[in-house]
Design a protein around this ligand. Sequence first.
Ligand code: ATR
Length: 281
Amino acid sequence: MSDLLLVLGNPIKHSKSPLIHNYWLKKYKINAKYNKKCVKKDELKKYVDLVKQGKLKGCNITVPYKKDFFDLVDKVDTHAQSSLAINTIFTENEKVIGTNTDGLGFVSSLVDDLNYDLRSSLNIFCFGAGGASYGIISELLKYKPNSVEVSNRTHFSTLNLVKHFCKEKDLYKKIIKPIPWGENPKEHIDLVINTTTCGMNETDEFPIEFNELSKETFVYDIIYSPKETILMKKARLNNLRTSNGIYMLIRQAAVSFEKWFKINLNNDDINEVIRLLGYDH
Ligand code: ATR
């Protein structure tokens, strides 16, 4: 009998995860199928039980349930702890583990796909203090940045994010800096990341300009639809290098796939999915 994997969320119609995972399952001749499932909150425990019983190989978790699995799984790994979110569950020694693959997916896309030199002492500017920013910042901190400036529309959430990381390490107080929403990133910034959902709708407005940045600054928007986001357009006006979030989407999926099947996916596997999703031009 074939294994089953699910992505759980609500709504779930637009998820690209089945396309991505079923491509790799077929390519590696794994007898398994990956489906999407729209679920209610009171059903979540049932899916953890199915994973524990081996009736499901694993699950991805998406909006709005990424915070709801902490009390349901047997163990939460460090990635999930520092990102305060679980997007993947899998079994290890008969225990159900909750992890978060967003941060690793982000870093892998930056280094392996976009050839960015993620050296130490970088000055990073992050728009957003929501779910996605925690996972991304927690991984970036491992590369010993000089500063991580965080700017979010609701400033209270920025302060909560700073508090969360400073609880982990006192040293982060000197590195993570809250910036008021609307303030432009300045010349010393090497890497700008948008982790907000601002720009997914055509009518969204981003009250930011990039004319103070140096020509070497890289602007990474984790939104992948539209392909050229508002922030990328603004960056293009200043001739800056940019990327949308398609590589992060695929790399975070690849980390989940590796958890379930112990297969390390290579650059060809990633680029084939880029083509499959129509992002190769
Ligand atoms: P995710 O898990 O995708 O990060 P989230 O936790 O709901 O989703 O976070 C959404 C982020 O996008 C938040 O930083 C949110 O800012 P607020 O904390 O002020 O809500 C940000 N965001 C969403 N729409 C926005 C908009 N139109 N302008 C600016 N920021 C926006």
